[in-house]
Write a protein that binds this ligand. Structure first.
Ligand code: HEM
Length: 205
């Protein structure tokens, strides 16, 4: 499917097909399969994880993957399973999420060390190293097996230019300040609160 979308042959690296496909796109690739009615992570090529690891995800069911998310299991996991079960053969489902991250690392299996670096620097110095991390995720049916391909692409941008753009700056400030308490806790935003407020005030937001 990746070869036909790009009209390009996958490199002959001798790796499994999923790894060869991953070399052709900037998206991480996750294959989900349903066993006994339960959707699980069957295989993944993960280069830019947002605070999770391949070892954590492999073999896990949707419930187990989403336990840390507010209302993640069973409600969200059940809704995702419903989408996976009813996905039309040629449909592509797309969603985005966002968070604020200290530093510009793309390979971040664990957010803890980044938060510790921000705390060690203090709000003023940390402020200029804050980044906006956006994930674009898609899902589509794998026609031969009935499985689902879940893709994740990361966009990581320094926050200052985003805040200086009048439209995105106001939206981001409102999104940050208006987030529900459980969402803030889940995203561990308290660790970046002082740096973020310093930056928003400095940019008159
Ligand atoms: C329709 C598909 C899916 C939806 C709507 C969805 C929704 C969510 C949401 C709302 C979150 C919280 C962060 C955010 O806002 O993105 C999340 C986190 C997560 N999701 Fe999903 N998800 C989907 C599919 C999957 C699949 C297929 C996997 C398989 C690897 C997965 C693995 C994870 C992991 C590892 C987290 C982080 C949990 C943590 O903080 O430990 N998700 N998902």
């Amino acid at each position: 499917m990746v070869e036909s979308a790009l009209a390009e042959a996958a490199p002959e690296t001798g790796e499994p097909d999923l790894a060869r496909a991953r070399r052709m796109v900037s998206d991480d690739l996750v294959v989900m399969t349903a066993e006994d009615g339960e959707w699980r992570t069957a295989a993944l090529a993960l280069c830019q994880p947002t605070f999770f690891s391949a070892g954590h995800a492999i073999g896990k069911a949707l419930d187990g993957l989403h336990v840390p998310v507010p209302d993640g299991a069973p409600r969200l996991a059940g809704a995702i399973a419903h989408v996976f079960n009813s996905l039309a053969a040629d449909a592509v489902f797309e969603r985005f999420n966002w968070t604020v991250q200290f530093g510009g690392d793309r390979y971040t299996p664990d957010g803890g060390p980044l938060r510790a670096q921000a705390a060690a620097l203090g709000p003023e110095a940390a402020a200029d190293q804050l980044h906006l991390r956006v994930e674009r995720q898609t899902i589509r049916r794998l026609p031969e097996t009935g499985g689902v391909l879940f893709t994740i692409r990361i966009a990581l941008d320094p926050l200052v230019p985003v805040l200086r753009n009048p439209e995105t700056g106001a939206a981001l400030a409102a999104g940050w300040r208006g987030a529900a308490d459980n969402a803030r806790r889940y995203k561990c935003w308290d660790a970046l609160e002082a740096a973020m407020e310093h930056l928003l005030k400095r940019e008159n937001l």
